[in-house]
Design a protein around this ligand. Sequence first.
Ligand code: FPP
Ligand code: MG
Length: 298
Amino acid sequence: MLSAVEQAIEGAILNLDHQEIKKLLTKLPKGKRLRAKLILYIAKENKESIKLASIAEMIHAASLLHDDVIDDAMQRRGVESINALYGNKNAIMLGDILYSIGFFELVDMGSIIAKSISNAVVQLSIGELDDVSLSKQFNVDAVIYRDMIYKKTASLMEACAYSAAILAGKNADAYALYGKNLGIAFQMIDDLLDITSDAQTLGKPALHDFVEGKTTLPYIYLHNRLNNEDKKKLEAMHARSLDMKEQEWILLNIKKYDIIQKCYLEAKELVLEALEAIKDEKNQKLNSIAKEMIDRSF
Ligand code: FPP
Ligand code: MG
């Protein structure tokens, strides 16, 4: 099912007939294609939905190319990132090319869908901007964190689900709510995995987010629970490399206050709301995507 989307992406890029771009493309990991799946599972596989899915994935890939430059990430999905292999300039330009092709194609999709997707890209760019500026200080506000991840991650999933429903003449608001909640939960779980997975599984060093200054939900909740002295201790570790003892201290306290479970339950609640939003649609595949997200132990 996804192979048609891969072909559409490859076709659009090969059409440019440019050797350098082709070379870069071979090093770009494909990922889970979650956005494409949402679209195809809502609108079924047809010419329009495949086109929309390929647009969403090109825009998403572009955003990750830029994100890895911004985050100085040397790995993506367990392999070397494009910026690590070919430098920041090439990664940024490949991103520019991908999202520009996406927008070029989007023009044909009708104004409701074009506006929904392009507005989401504005939102995800604002979300990334907020993520960067929030990283400068120890953010202790969970509402601010949630708003940032909604923009950074969930806005595009929301728009994909909404647009796919428009294509299929289905209940767009219900699917949009599904996409939004799934997206927020997805980012929360991604942020949890940064703490619970080992470096090898994750494809980047553990506690990387905190080292980068990102006080994701677990750090916010941990900070809330600590006494004043330990709050200061945690704050002093923010946005710098940590030695083993410091890492252990953080992990010990996360365990002590059952922070992972608290965050997981919050993500689960959102997934259950996502399922509730589309319960009348009886869409088995979308139900499975949502369930698989929370069907894991931490
Ligand atoms: C990953 O966050 C980042 C995003 C989901 C959005 C990135 C958006 C931009 C860079 C704006 C530019 C947009 C375009 C279309 C070029 P993360 O760093 O928390 O996740 P990670 O662990 O996967 O890196
Ligand atoms: Mg990143």
